[in-house]
Design a protein around this ligand. Structure first.
Ligand SMILES: C[S@@+](CC[C@H](N)C(=O)[O-])C[C@H]1O[C@@H](n2cnc3c(N)ncnc32)[C@H](O)[C@@H]1O
Length: 388
């Protein structure tokens, strides 16, 4: 049974192996420490940090490396990581280098970092998929900051998604949340079709991308194939072409369309208030203004329809050190709604933003055994009210 963080809604029952999840959490903690050490080592290796006792600030990084303006927030976030990790100590608006910095000397050398990554891979197989992306991103950090190499070339070398896909493969946490999405969508569709025996359930997935969440959701909806319409959307047309090949065969209820959730559905050919479930997995954080994104989602929904959001709800240094290299990670324009140094919202932040956009009955689901405020990922569900 999942931890139910909201009163009055039946808990979901997607299982999670506690021992496996515990090993995952321990391993992820070790990977995070490695990432922090790699960052410190990389900055020492390029002479960005003075000797212990000296001070550094974002301006020095900016001037020393000609950091692109779009990475200003990333620089602040990186110094914040080193502060929390104990390699720097905040001193006003600058940071003093601590005497722990010699601990990381030499780690930036390729062979040394690779050996440490190998050791972690063996010790913590549950998180092995996180390591190649981390070591690659940290090795190329300065070239990305100063614009010599586009971040996309580091995250998707030669257009390949292998580095990023490795993070998602056999990931106990991500698998659990995808399954949780499937269970929650299924329960709403079941309820709707029982109430309207001649009706069709309409599901619209936003930012479906490579379909990591779509697969489990479609499997959970299989028994209603003849009473279902599933619209697979993304802002990127390439994803739609690939998805048609991957999911299209034998599913006449599945359709594909381009949709940018930052824009009104009316302007993009979608009928307002026509959908029973809007599903958005790991996409909404990437939008510029959460308030208008949520209003757009609300407009798609029938009154009583639900928005199902699968999102990270805590800032993780791992994400800053990897996905943080992508300009898109920092494009949000509503800092007050986000967790500091990240594009993410926490549980209370989601609740407030959803209620502001006209939703009600906000549910927050997380993993069992983890404290509500420590949920790294959450399933957030909210019900649309009237037509506006
Ligand atoms: C991190 S991927 C998540 C993909 C998929 N939902 C999953 O969880 O496996 C984010 C996806 O959101 C899409 N996306 C980003 N901004 C968007 C927007 N404004 N409207 C619609 N889709 C967007 C991207 O093209 C990408 O496919």
């Amino acid at each position: 049974m999942t931890e139910l963080l909201t009163e009055g809604v039946p808990p979901l029952t997607t299982p999670l192996d506690p021992a496996r999840y515990d090993r995952f959490r321990t391993g992820f903690h070790a990977v995070t420490g490695f990432g922090q050490r790699l960052l410190a080592a990389r900055l020492v290796a390029v002479d960005a940090l003075p000797a212990p006792g000296g001070t550094v600030g974002v301006e020095q990084l900016r001037d020393r490396f000609g950091v692109l303006p779009q990475y200003d927030r990333l620089c602040h976030a990186l110094l914040d990581i080193l502060d929390r990790a104990g390699y720097l100590r905040r001193a006003g608006d600058r940071f003093e280098v601590t005497d722990r910095i010699p601990e990381v000397t030499g780690l930036a050398a390729d062979g040394v970092a690779a050996a440490e990554a190998d050791r972690l891979r063996e010790a913590y197989p549950e998180v092995a998929g996180y390591l190649p992306l981390l070591t690659t991103c940290q090795a190329r950090l300065v070239e990305v900051l100063d614009g010599r190499v586009p971040a996309n070339e580091v995250l998707f070398p030669g257009g390949s998604a292998d580095l990023v896909s490795a993070v998602y493969r056999d990931n106990v946490q991500l698998d659990f949340f995808n399954q949780l999405c499937a269970e929650r969508v299924q329960s709403h569709v079941r309820q709707f079709l029982q109430r309207y025996p001649r009706g069709y359930a309409e599901v619209l997935e936003v930012g479906a991308g490579t379909g990591g969440t779509t697969g489990p959701v479609l499997a959970a909806l299989g028994e209603w194939a003849d009473r279902l319409r599933y619209l697979y959307t993304d802002v990127g047309p390439v994803f739609l072409r690939l998805a048609r090949r991957q999911f299209g065969a034998g599913r006449p209820y599945l359709d594909f369309a381009r949709y940018n959730v930052e824009g009104s559905p009316d302007d993009q050919g979608f009928e307002p208030h026509s959908v029973d479930v809007v599903l958005a997995s790991n996409v909404l954080h990437a939008t510029e203004r959460m308030a208008s994104t949520l209003v757009n989602c609300h407009r798609l929904l029938k009154p009583g329809g639900i928005l199902v959001v699968n999102e990270m709800t805590r800032r993780l240094d791992y994400n800053t050190l990897t996905f943080g290299l992508a300009e898109g990670w920092w494009r949000y324009a509503d800092d007050e709604a986000r967790i500091p140094y990240s594009p993410l919202l926490d549980g209370p932040g989601w609740r407030a933003a959803l209620e502001q956009a006209g939703f009600t009955g906000v549910e927050l689901h997380g993993v069992p055994v983890v404290d509500p405020v420590e949920q790294v990922q959450s399933l957030v569900v909210a019900t649309a009210t009237g037509r506006h």
